[in-house]
Design a protein around this ligand. Structure first.
Ligand code: CTP
Ligand code: MG
Length: 231
C-alpha cells in the first residue's frame, strides 16, 4: 500500500465502522468485508481522503478490532477509536476524538464505501456556506404505501415530497455536539438528532454511488460498480 498524502483541509470526518453487518449475512464486521479484494472501510477512507476539504479522519472500529483497523489503515492519516454498541454511540466516540480547531464535522458510514470525494466537498461546502446541518438526498423511486399491522394498505404517500437520505452528513461542530448531548432515543442518522433540537437541516444532491451496502445484493452491485469504473 502506498503512503497517503497528508490531509490539509479544515473538515473532520467521522467514520462509524463498528457495526456487525447482520443483514449482509455471516462473514464478520461489515466494514471489514471485502469489495474487489479490499475492505469496505479502506474504500471509504481512500475516497474521502481524496476530498481537499478533509483535514482529519476518525474511524470508530469494532471494540475488539481497533488495532487490526489501525494496521489496515496505516497508509492513511486517520485516528482509530473503539466504537460502541449502537451507531449513535460509535459516532459519539469518534466525535470525542476530534481535535480542537475543526469547526465542520462530517459523519460518513463505512458501509457507503463508494461515496465519491466530490460528495464530501458538496456537503462541506453547504455547511461552510452557512447551514448548520446538511444531508445529501436522492428522490424516492418506489411508490410508498402506508400499511397497518396486518399488512393492509392504508394509503399511498405522495412521494414528490420524500427524499432518501445518504451520508456524508455535515454539521457545524457545535450543532453535532449539542445534538448528541441532547439525544435520548436511538436515531438512524445524525441529522435526525439535530432536527429534534429544532435545527434546520439543508439538503444537497446526493450521489447514486453513495449507496449503503446493507444486503448481499448491494455488495454484488458495488462489485459491478467498481469493475465498471476501473475499465
Ligand atoms: N455502525 C457503527 N457502530 C454500531 C453499528 C453500526 O459504527 N454499533 C456503523 C456501521 O459499521 C456502518 C454504519 O454505522 O458503517 C451504518 O450502519 P449499518 O449499515 O446498519 O451497518 P451494520 O450495523 O454493520 O449492519 P446491520 O445493521 O445489518 O448489522
Ligand atoms: Mg446496523
Amino acid at each position: 500500500m502506498t503512503a497517503h498524502r497528508e490531509l490539509r483541509g479544515d473538515v473532520a470526518v467521522l467514520v462509524p465502522a463498528a457495526g456487525l453487518g447482520v443483514r449482509l449475512g455471516p462473514g464478520g464486521p461489515k466494514a471489514l468485508r471485502l469489495l474487489g479484494g479490499e475492505p469496505l472501510l479502506v474504500h471509504a477512507v481512500r475516497r474521502l481522503s481524496e476530498a481537499p476539504c478533509v483535514g482529519c479522519v476518525v474511524v470508530a472500529a469494532p471494540a475488539d478490532g481497533v488495532e487490526a483497523v489501525q494496521r489496515l489503515l496505516e497508509a492513511y492519516d486517520v485516528t482509530v477509536v473503539a466504537g460502541g454498541a449502537t451507531r449513535q454511540a460509535s459516532v459519539a466516540a469518534a466525535l470525542a476524538a476530534v481535535p480542537a480547531g475543526f469547526e465542520i464535522v462530517l459523519v460518513h458510514d463505512a458501509a457507503r464505501a463508494l461515496a465519491p470525494a466530490g460528495l464530501f466537498e458538496r456537503v462541506a461546502g453547504a455547511v461552510r456556506g452557512g447551514h448548520g446541518a446538511v444531508v445529501p438526498v436522492l428522490p424516492v423511486v418506489d411508490t410508498i404505501k402506508q400499511v397497518d399491522a396486518a399488512g393492509a394498505v392504508l394509503g399511498t404517500v405522495d412521494r414528490s415530497g420524500l427524499r432518501a437520505v445518504q451520508t456524508p452528513q455535515g454539521f457545524r461542530r457545535e450543532v453535532l455536539v449539542a445534538a448528541h448531548a441532547a439525544a435520548v432515543d436511538e436515531h438512524t442518522d445524525d441529522a435526525g438528532m439535530a432536527e429534534k433540537l429544532g435545527i434546520e437541516v439543508h439538503t444537497v444532491a446526493g450521489d447514486e454511488l453513495a449507496l449503503k451496502i446493507t444486503r448481499p445484493l448491494d455488495l454484488a452491485l458495488a462489485e459491478l460498480l467498481i469493475k465498471a469504473t476501473e475499465d
